[in-house]
Structures are given as structure tokens and as C-alpha cells.
Design a protein around this ligand. Structure first.
Ligand SMILES: Nc1ncnc2c1ncn2[C@@H]1O[C@H](COP(=O)(O)OP(=O)(O)O)[C@@H](O)[C@H]1O
Ligand SMILES: [Mg+2]
Length: 217
């Protein structure tokens, strides 16, 4: 890792990682470092953090190959559990959903693009694994493509259940963060069918089944 990636201002501290704004070769970048967990034996903790870092890097690159927007990886240091990522401009989907000034048509366009991107990801054989509204950004604004973050829980050989869960999580977020989610869910699913035309009906059916299980559990 170059000395350009010296730690800068912390922008987020999640359950697993600390994110800092840094400069990398003169470019604005994000340093994502997985924090140690003291409740795990050190050797196991090291291995897990290394594996998640590697999985995240691999899936970010694969997703990009299928035409899905993700941050470019500038650098990777497995021993330090660090990735240096292209810094994307905001907003996150969460911020869009919570913005009362955003016109409904713009929000519908944003979730349609989210659906299309997720469809492409799935059609390429990748599940996201943690698809919350904080893990989706719109670097070109709500009318532009959706970018996917935080793929470390994703899979390169997902079953239909994993794909259904991705869809289910998005629908849940739309419902919990927006007062009138029906049109948004429709726009999301329409976009999904564009991105994953062959798989859409099966995955939608599974998402519906998951919803039923959750509701009556
Ligand atoms: N490449 C990036 N560009 C800009 N902001 C980012 C980038 N990666 C992450 N972030 C911001 O940091 C937050 C946490 O990042 P994330 O990768 O989801 O880490 P965690 O695993 O802790 O959830 C995101 O919700 C987003 O706001
Ligand atoms: Mg996250």
C-alpha cells in the first residue's frame, strides 16, 4: 500500500470496518479497514478479516465486469485488511428515501436503476448479501446509475434463496423508509426485470415466499 494512503478523516465506522477519506495518487479515495474483533481468537480473526477483504475485492471487480457500477479498487493490502476504493459522490439510497424535497419521479427513477443494476448483478451470477439502503449510492445523482458497495457478504454461486433475499431486503427498506412505497416497489421490480430478464419471475416468486415466511413466522 502506497504512503499516499495514510489514514485521514473517519467517515464511517460500521459493524466490521472503519472508513476514512484519504488521497491516493492525488485522487480522492476511501480507505476501508476491517477492525479486529477481540472476542475471536487472533488467528481466526485475522483469517476472517482477510477472507472478507478478498471476497469484497473480488466481487467488486466481477460486478464491474457485468456492467454494474461499483467503486474502482485502487489498492489492496490483505495483511492489513485494507482496501483503497474510488471515492464515490453521494447520495446513498437511504438519504434519497429520507429527503422530503426529492420529487417522487426522481426517486422512482433511482429505484428503477437500483433494480436494473441488481438484475445485472444476479444475471452475472452474483448475490449481494447485505443489500441495505446504505450500501447503494448514486454517484451521478438520483437520475444516474446505482452503485453497489459493501459486497463482502455476497456470493459467486448464489442459490435462488440468496437472490430472493436481496430482493426482499430492498422491498423491506422501501417499505420502512417511505410513506408510499407501492409505486417504488413496482419501479424497482420493473428495473429488475430489465437487468435480469431470464431470472426475474423465479427470483420475484422466491422473494414473495420469503416475505410470507417472515410475516407469518
Ligand atoms: N467508495 C465509497 N465512496 C464514498 N462513500 C463510501 C464508499 N464506500 C463506503 N462509503 C460510505 O461509508 C459507508 C459504510 O461503508 P461500507 O462499505 O458499507 O462499510 P460497512 O461494512 O461498515 O457497512 C457507506 O454507507 C457509505 O456512506
Ligand atoms: Mg455498509
Amino acid at each position: 500500500m502506497g504512503e499516499d494512503a495514510s489514514p485521514g478523516r473517519t467517515i464511517a465506522r460500521g459493524a466490521e470496518a472503519t472508513l476514512r477519506r484519504v488521497e491516493w495518487m492525488g485522487l480522492p479515495a476511501i480507505l476501508k479497514e476491517r477492525d479486529p474483533k477481540s472476542y475471536r481468537p487472533k488467528a481466526l480473526d485475522d483469517r476472517l478479516r482477510r477472507e472478507r477483504t478478498r471476497t469484497e475485492a473480488r466481487l467488486l471487480v466481477d460486478a464491474h465486469r457485468f456492467g454494474v457500477r461499483t467503486p474502482i479498487i485502487y489498492d489492496i493490502d490483505l495483511a492489513k485488511h485494507r482496501l483503497v476504493l474510488e471515492q464515490l459522490a453521494g447520495p446513498t439510497l437511504k438519504e434519497l428515501l429520507e429527503d422530503p424535497a426529492l420529487p417522487p419521479e426522481s426517486l422512482a427513477t433511482a429505484v428503477r436503476h437500483l433494480g436494473e443494476g441488481l438484475g445485472r448483478l444476479h444475471a452475472g451470477g452474483i448475490s449481494h448479501g447485505d443489500l441495505t439502503s446504505s450500501n447503494v449510492m448514486y454517484p451521478e445523482g438520483p437520475e444516474g446509475p446505482a452503485a453497489f458497495l459493501d459486497l463482502s457478504m455476497g456470493s459467486r454461486s448464489p442459490g435462488i434463496e440468496e437472490l430472493g433475499i436481496d430482493l426482499h431486503l430492498v422491498e423491506e427498506d422501501l417499505k420502512s423508509l417511505h410513506a408510499r412505497p407501492d409505486a417504488l416497489v413496482r419501479a424497482f421490480l420493473d428495473g429488475y426485470a430489465v437487468g435480469n430478464p431470464a431470472g426475474a419471475s423465479d427470483v420475484r416468486a422466491r422473494a414473495k415466499a420469503i416475505q410470507g415466511r417472515v410475516r407469518y413466522a
